[in-house]
Design a protein around this ligand. Structure first.
Ligand code: AMP
Length: 285
């Protein structure tokens, strides 16, 4: 069932809750692929009723980013959700979510601001305000759907860590379920933004997973010094790649580490053909 208004979703959820049904939420920006589908399948397995939100959230895009050209494929998304057993696809307009005129300037909206320590690094460094937009919209979706479980991909590992922190700090009654990264056979992590890549770029984009896998192999052979592990990446890079960051962090609290262990997650962001791609790996996996 495709719904566009908050009121309709609330009414439906209220009825489910009266019957004691367990509700799951999968927040997405649409252009659904097998990565999203893995979250949806997990949600359908675990919950009696599943809501998938499809909303390209304007307030998490920074000036100059791809808000206008972000792929929008609602018809195909709805079909994929229906086939997977989703009860509601919630696809609100920006005005429905934020109220008319509320987001034309930053002056009117109440935001949820995650802690500086978690956002002044990795994607938060170049995408200033991005995680404020993410936390605000996810908090709103939690309030609208009131899910028992919400499903997030490890693909966006910094986002997942920040959402968990928000849920803990704000006592939001939802359990966050992390889901593993889904990749193409080549190793490329699935992303809606892969649609921007030419065939040539797609080959060059394999550099992200190659660097991460190579670092993991070196780690498994006993190399734990982070500077030395970082060094191994550079031979993979060429003029097609614009490396934004390669960082080693404790995966619970995003504290930077100098000696890697099994709780270290390696994060990479790299532009290929002008498209910004991210990936990560937990060492020892
Ligand atoms: P997005 O539509 O990009 O905002 O993603 C919605 C959700 O799907 C987020 O929790 C993402 O982490 C997750 N997701 C996106 N791509 C993948 C992937 N390749 N594997 C696992 N989860 C993913």
């Amino acid at each position: 069932m495709l719904l566009h208004t908050i009121k309709e979703v609330r009414e439906q959820v209220k009825e489910w809750k009266k019957r004691g049904l367990v509700v799951g939420l999968v927040p997405t920006m649409g252009a659904l692929h097998a990565g999203h589908l893995s979250l949806i399948k997990k949600a359908v397995e675990r919950c009696d009723r599943v809501v998938v939100s499809v909303f390209v959230n304007p307030i998490q895009f920074c000036p100059g980013e791809d808000l206008d050209k972000y792929p929008r494929t609602l018809e195909a998304d709805t079909k994929m959700c229906d086939d997977a057993g989703v009860s509601i696809v919630f696809a609100p307009s920006p005005n429905e979510m934020y109220g008319e005129g509320q987001i034309s300037s930053n002056d009117f909206l109440t935001y949820v601001i995650p802690p500086f320590f978690y956002v002044n690094k990795l994607c938060g460094k170049s995408r200033v305000g991005h995680f404020d937009g993410v936390c605000t919209v996810v908090n709103k979706l939690f309030n609208i759907v009131q899910p028992d479980f919400a499903f997030f991909g490890q693909k966006d590992a910094q986002q997942l860590i920040i959402i968990k922190k928000m849920v803990k700090d704000l006592n939001i009654p939802v359990e966050i379920v992390p889901c593993p990264i889904v990749r193409e056979e080549s190793g490329l992590a699935l992303s809606s933004r892969n649609k921007y890549l030419s065939d040539e770029d797609k080959k060059e984009a394999l550099v992200l997973s190659k660097i991460l896998n190579n670092i993991n192999s070196c780690y498994k052979r006993g190399l734990t010094d982070v500077d030395a592990l970082k060094e191994t990446a550079y031979s993979f890079l060429n003029e097609h790649h614009e490396l934004e960051y390669l960082e080693f962090m404790n995966q619970d609290d995003l504290e930077e580490v100098t000696i890697a262990d099994n709780n270290t997650r390696v994060f990479i962001a790299c532009k290929v053909g002008g498209v910004r791609l991210i990936d990560n790996i937990l060492l020892g996996e």
